[in-house]
Ligand binder design. Structure first.
Ligand SMILES: *[C@@H]1O[C@H](CO)[C@@H](O)[C@H](O)[C@H]1NC(C)=O
Ligand SMILES: *[C@@H]1O[C@H](CO)[C@@H](O)[C@H](O)[C@H]1NC(C)=O
Ligand SMILES: *[C@@H]1O[C@H](CO)[C@@H](O)[C@H](O)[C@H]1NC(C)=O
Length: 678
């Protein structure tokens, strides 16, 4: 491995370089090598490879020379090479999007090549070879999915997508300013990248959430981990895929509503197909190659989209799904009935609604989500008259930016609600954990949020003919939400006379809406946000549990900047905590709150691990989150348990001794912490 980093390595000696700290991989290649190769595959993605070793591979490797390196003896790679040599693949320096059928097809062809590799040499050589030859966006799409799913790359941290493609996340004028600074050889520059829009738009009040880099990353990861086009022949079955699709979105939506309440806004309303779409969106960003991201005006009438679909087709698909919910079963392609009135039903519905290849009957139930996304995205040019590139809704890392995208997702969420609300509520007996009582719940510290300035590296935005890695310390910055540390102090009494393993679930239900009106208990249940989930062994007698906000198992830290990632790799630091970026960003654990305090009913539910836990690894796992760990779901309960099902009588919940409600308030006192300027 050749060290090409020319920035100061002095800082590295301070950061304990413990060799052997990183576990070597089962295939004998070090994690560090893999991380290094993959970081460099994405560094300056729009320009030639900067690492000599990878460059050499890109120039000398022949993907079809020795097909014994592929599990399928080269079937996938020959297919791709055929398309490539016949010049049928999309050229470089052109936009691409997964909503474009052909672009997606090409990206999947490359993905399949990666997944067929038997060893790291095959994987990295193909990465180097195709990085230099196929469309950059398609390469990125294929390689990111492959890294998430290949057995060889389970410990590789994906570089932050907003640094790999800074153009997508940074306003065009900021990119221009930065470019100029780069041309003038300036260093250590930070350019403010404010949110799109201005306060004349009420939706602007929650732009900090929609445009949060961590929310974009999380949303992207949900799709990376659960691609709708996934087939088990790629290697394994993705556990509870359809349910993941529902719940990950459901939590994002509920958190969005908590932010709306914090900002005195109405709760999100589902998109109506027969009413004007009120919310427009101006992304203010430009593709690296090609036109600006299109703007959608306010109050447009939703239209059929040529060569994509018709509004009534969406309605028909929804009707069929609502019918299935009303019947309590779906029909597979052979006409057999599959019961969905059980805990597993949500997974099947999720597959159907996601347009997943797991759907038991794609022919009948269709491709609701992919079609709806594509149609919403094309509303700016439904007759394809203006040759506009796709908008933000076509890119999963940008999708949350558009206010209308949330309304569409709310519409989809309401289908799931129809199903879940058709299931019987839990009885007191089902919820009880014999001999266990939660006697007290206190918050230590204050639930308080603030804004801070955050910067990301624009290195990938500059073209230059450097042959070496160089970081210029030119950044864009944006305000983002963060919160003060706090902890839960939970007292649990165990009267069983023996230790009991318990799952502790913490959920917060909004108490009042943005107008200060009380939210009915059962509505608050549907809007609950998950705060934490962990396992504890309860000793007989009284147990004092202290759980820090920083330990929350549903959150993930920010991926380090490109430069830090390179530094940490060179220093052989353990990067494990960054491996999964699928989760609510740590900073956003608390919704913003406001000056007077936003009230939540905080529920602590202590349930029996013997009944809840699927996989013992949940006990030792530090980071468990509902999106699974490498595709495995350790919790047996439905996501959101016990607030998932209808609660017709809230008294039930107050009578369960192993549950306890505490009222809390989340504050924000308009504090903003800017980065120190040099
Ligand atoms: C961003 O917002 C800040 C504070 O409102 C303002 O001072 C600054 O000029 C804005 N920057 C840009 C590039 O619009
Ligand atoms: C949805 O499915 C239909 C029928 O198979 C197909 O023609 C269409 O291209 C699909 N649309 C999308 C956006 O996936
Ligand atoms: C880039 O190429 C130009 C022309 O070949 C040369 O003048 C310049 O010095 C090069 N810049 C760098 C940073 O190598």
């Amino acid at each position: 491995m050749k060290v090409l980093v020319v920035f100061s390595l002095v800082a590295l000696s301070a950061a304990a370089a413990v060799s052997g700290y990183m576990s070597d991989e089962p295939d004998g290649v070090s994690t560090q090598q893999k991380q290094y190769d993959m970081t460099y595959a994405f560094y300056k993605i729009f320009e030639p490879i900067r690492d000599n070793n990878l460059l050499e591979k890109a120039m000398t490797f022949n993907p079809v020379a020795d097909t014994s390196m592929y599990k399928d003896a080269g079937v996938a790679v020959r297919k791709l090479m055929y398309e490539f040599t016949h010049e049928r693949l999309l050229e470089k320096k052109h936009w691409a999007a997964a909503t474009n059928k052909r672009h997606l097809e090409e990206a999947i062809m490359l993905f399949e090549v990666f997944m067929q590799c038997k060893d790291w040499n095959c994987f990295s050589s193909n990465a180097a070879y195709f990085r230099e030859r196929v469309n950059e966006e398609e390469f990125l799409y294929a390689a990111y999915h492959a890294i998430k799913h290949s057995p060889f790359t389970q410990n590789v941290v994906l570089p932050a997508v907003y640094e790999v493609k800074p153009h997508y996340f940074t306003k065009a004028q900021v990119i221009d300013q930065a470019y100029e600074a780069h041309e003038m050889k300036l260093k250590n520059m930070v350019f403010q990248n404010n949110f799109t829009g201005n306060p004349n738009d009420m939706e602007q009040r929650v732009a900090y959430y929609r445009e949060d880099l961590g929310i974009g990353t999380h949303h992207y990861m949900i799709h990376l981990e659960n691609p709708f086009w996934w087939k088990d022949t790629y290697g394994y079955r993705i556990d509870r895929k359809g349910e993941n699709f529902f719940y990950a979105y459901h939590q994002l939506l509920n958190r969005y509503d908590a932010e709306r309440i914090s900002n005195y806004m109405p709760l999100l309303e589902e998109l109506k197909l027969d009413e004007p779409l009120h919310e427009g969106f101006a992304p203010q960003t430009t593709y690296k190659f090609g036109a600006p991201f299109p703007i959608r005006n306010d109050d447009i009438k939703l239209q059929d989209v040529d060569r994509v679909g018709k509004i009534h087709e969406l309605v028909h698909m929804e009707d069929r799904i609502y019918d299935a919910i009303a019947h309590g079963y779906v029909e597979n392609e052979q006409g057999n009935k599959i019961n969905i009135e059980n805990d597993n039903g949500i997974e099947i519905l999720g597959d159907i609604i996601q347009s997943s290849y797991y759907s038991p009957n794609r022919k009948y139930y269709g491709n609701l989500t992919t079609m709806a996304y594509t149609m919403l995205d094309r509303q700016v040019d439904p007759k394809d008259k203006y040759d506009l590139p796709p908008g933000v809704v076509a890119h999963m890392e940008l999708y949350p930016r558009d206010p209308a995208a949330w309304r569409l997702q709310k519409r989809i969420d309401n289908i799931f609600r129809k199903h879940i609300d058709s299931l019987p509520p839990y009885t007191k007996e089902q919820l009880e954990f014999t001999g266990i009582a939660v006697t007290d719940v206190q918050i230590q510290g204050t639930l308080e949020t603030y804004f801070e300035e955050y910067k990301w590296d624009l290195v990938n935005a500059f073209n230059d003919n450097n042959t070496e890695t160089e970081f210029f310390d030119i950044y864009a910055s944006t305000p983002r939400l963060n919160h003060k540390e706090f902890s839960y102090q939970i007292k649990v009494q165990n009267n069983n006379g023996a230790p009991k393993k318990a799952v502790i679930r913490i959920l917060a239900m909004p108490y009042r809406d943005g107008n200060g009106v009380l939210i009915p208990f059962d509505e608050g249940r549907w809007l609950a946000i998950e705060m934490d989930l962990f396992v504890k062994t309860l000793t007989p007698g009284s147990n004092d549990i202290v759980r820090k906000s920083s330990e929350a198992s549903i959150t993930v830290p920010d991926v380090p900047t490109f430069k830090t990632l390179v530094e940490k790799t060179m220093a052989q630091e353990n990067l494990q905590k960054y491996q999964s970026a699928t989760g609510i960003p740590e900073r956003l654990l608390l919704p913003k709150g406001n000056e007077e305090g936003v009230q939540f009913r905080l529920w602590v539910a202590v349930t029996d691990a013997a009944e809840d836990v699927n996989d013992e690894s949940i006990i030792t796992m530090k980071k468990y989150h509902h999106y699974g760990v490498h595709g495995v779901q350790p919790d047996k309960r439905p996501f959101g348990y016990p607030l998932d099902r209808r609660i017709p009588d809230k008294q039930t919940f107050y009578e369960v001794p192993n549950f306890k409600e505490t009222m809390v308030k989340v504050y924000n006192h308009n504090v903003y912490i800017a980065l120190p300027r040099q």
